[in-house]
Design a protein around this ligand. Sequence first.
Ligand SMILES: *Cc1c(COP(=O)(O)O)cnc(C)c1O
Length: 344
Amino acid sequence: MIDLFSDTLTKPTPEMRRFMCEAEVGDEQKGEDPTVTLLQEMVAELLGKEAAVYLPSGTMCNEIAVKVHTRPGDEVLADRTSHLIHFEGGGPGLLSGVLMTPLDGDRGVFTGAQVRAGAHARSRYAPPTRLVSIENTSNLGGGRVWPLAAVQDVGAAARALGLATHMDGARLLNAVVASGTPARAYAGAVDSAWIDFSKGLGAPVGACLAGTRAFIEEAWRYKQALGGAMRQAGIIAAGGVYALRHHVDRLAQDHEHARILARGIADLPGIALDPAHVETNIVIFDVTAPGLTAAALADRLLADAQVRLSVMGERRLRAVTHLDVSRKQVEAAVEAMARALRRG
Ligand SMILES: *Cc1c(COP(=O)(O)O)cnc(C)c1O
């Protein structure tokens, strides 16, 4: 199987597993797990924030951040394609009682001007706009990297309006490796940010949310309330420690593999894709062959060549490169795609 479904599929390597087995542990909920504490310190340092909290998932990072930044009835601005809007079970409405207002970014990237235009002026009629969320890289935007200047532009616009800013950094380190922009420069332009360990970094569980000490203290309250506080979590947090030490620079390989895939399929008849849009490990493209839906092409690739992609729409497919996909497999996937399309 050549599994390009998602970078969430990555499995811990034997070395990571050994490191996890040997992790020192304690009661995480009491702040006594030395491995969790170490991981939190590493992430706070990486992102240039005062503090960080280890959470079971990136989704919980987003949901807790929204909860801390807002009050029920507030409005949150995020790109139309954002994970917060589409993939979190309606969490912002369910857990925080906020209104999500989508902005029309360009492949996930919007501007300070769009924030100014989208935010409601304070009035007795409008929902109070309170928070702006940036997703870097943008998942449904095809792994697009936010240029630092674009983050700073949105940050400045938000600050001028008195809005808080949050960065969904599920793949922030992909953005860092692709752009050369330090993580702390990105995170310095927003109030809160998090990274995921269970995507391209290859750890099995967890993410870390960072911000000011006061923000993280408040986040802890909701971590407890949502049942996200754990016990001997050092076993899983060690996967994150190992990933930050050994799996960051190698993300460049995933990006190279994504470029190979994009260049290989861009010219196939029946595919619409601009390879210049592939900046990190995500390749999103449209199926334009008459009479062939994205789902039908995906089924064909799986049945004929054991290549798995994810279907993102009637015509849209996504391939994600990661730790467990080799260059050879990517080249084989290109061949399989060409064969599948020749079948007409
Ligand atoms: C995967 C993802 C999340 C959620 O992370 P989980 O750890 O899977 O809960 C949030 N935002 C983006 C952009 C993602 O791709």
